[in-house]
Ligand binder design. Structure first.
Ligand SMILES: *Cc1c(COP(=O)(O)O)cnc(C)c1O
Length: 356
């Protein structure tokens, strides 16, 4: 793939924030973005790295009406030795292709887009922050751009990658989160698009998140849509339980987003010789286990926070405390190790880290 470069001149370059403290997640963007277009009969073309800026879209563009789109989220890190690296980036583009198949979007060539991403990252390398726990968040996106409001599959698409420097998720150490189990709304149904990182899923969960926040909880824990019993996941994180010293996470049923952090926790746990299991977990099992002490930890896993300990679970108006609202040893070990691998402090036995 031939990538055209139309870069900013020295005077047009912006200055990255001197410190990430106080910068709200996802509100600052680097100097450049990668774009390419797709058209029926032509495939992907017009690959270009150009200044970050507004897109030209007609109001009739299909994505604006029917949400035919997919997106991804991954990060670039500066290691202790000053090198810039990615964490399992191929998994993100492979997942994007799985989302795209479901959403009737064109697939990407994983190696080609990864090469383009690295070109963009090398150009904007000054935007990878280097304070402890910071990173450069990467957002690849595909949009249906055909100018037509008749409902059908679009014949034109735009793919782009934008970069946003972000601070540490926990600026003052771990802060176990309060989570509300939703028994009113559902996130995804069997046969639907729950496994896909596509915009509508998130728009549809906003109301539940808003109501939970009004009651003092930070996120929603979703149950399965059919029986409203089986645990699925949190807003933008997969969920893990430590039950009788076994690490358990809901199995992927098609309505759960297959997180790369989730997969990494499972692989790392197995490598350490811990008991790890994917299975069906009911909300009753968890609440009873919290009462009798057999559930010792609950934590979320996702790119943004890496590991997020849960301190309180609320269900049908009742609060249940988890491990005295302290971060448990299992969550701490995964957090230390995964971030250790990402920042080059720990050995990387699986070759998860990729140089830029
Ligand atoms: C992105 C996402 C996750 C976490 O996936 P990672 O690849 O670990 O970042 C979990 N659940 C939902 C709904 C998500 O959108």
């Amino acid at each position: 793939m031939e990538v055209k470069f139309s870069t900013r001149s020295a005077e047009q370059l912006k200055t990255p924030p001197a410190s990430m403290s106080g910068v709200v997640f996802g509100t600052v963007f680097s100097d450049h973005m990668f774009c390419m277009e797709w058209e029926e009969g032509k495939g992907w073309h017009n690959a270009e790295i150009k200044p970050y800026g507004p897109l030209m879209l007609e109001p009739s563009s299909m994505v604006l009406h029917y949400a035919q789109m997919s997106f991804e989220g991954l990060k670039a890190y500066q290691t202790d030795s000053g090198e810039h690296v990615l964490f399992r980036p191929r998994e993100n583009f492979k997942r994007m292709n799985r989302t795209s198949l479901r959403m009737c979007l064109p697939e990407l060539d994983v190696e080609e887009v990864l090469t383009a991403l690295k070109q963009l990252l090398r150009l904007d390398s000054g935007w990878v922050p280097n304070e402890a726990g910071t990173s450069l968040y990467i957002r690849p996106t595909i949009l249906a751009t055909e100018e037509a409001i008749g409902l059908k599959v679009s014949s034109k698409y735009l793919f782009y990658i934008i970069l946003s420097p972000v601070g540490p998720y926990y600026s003052q150490g771990f802060n176990p989160v309060k989570i509300m189990v939703s028994d009113k709304y559902v996130r995804a149904v069997p046969g639907g698009v729950g496994f896909a990182k596509t915009g509508g899923n998130y728009a549809a969960s906003n109301l539940a998140e808003k109501e939970a926040k009004e009651l003092g909880y930070t996120q929603v824990l979703w149950l399965d849509a059919v029986e409203r019993r089986y645990i699925e996941e949190v807003g933008a994180m997969n969920i893990f339980f430590v039950i009788n010293d076994e690490i358990v996470t809901p199995q992927l049923t098609g309505s759960i987003l297959p997180g790369i952090t989730r997969m990494s926790v499972l692989e790392l746990g197995k490598y350490w010789g811990l008991k790890v299991k994917e299975g069906r977990i009911t909300i009753d099992e968890v609440l009873n286990g919290l009462k009798d002490g057999t559930v010792s930890e609950v934590f979320g896993a996702g790119t943004a926070a890496v590991i997020s300990p849960v301190g309180t679970l609320s269900y049908k108006g009742e609060d249940y405390q988890v491990s005295d609202v302290e971060t448990g040893p299992v969550a701490m070990r995964f957090y230390e190790h995964l971030t250790g691998i990402q920042y080059g402090k720990e050995a990387d036995p699986f070759d998860w880290v990729e140089s830029i």
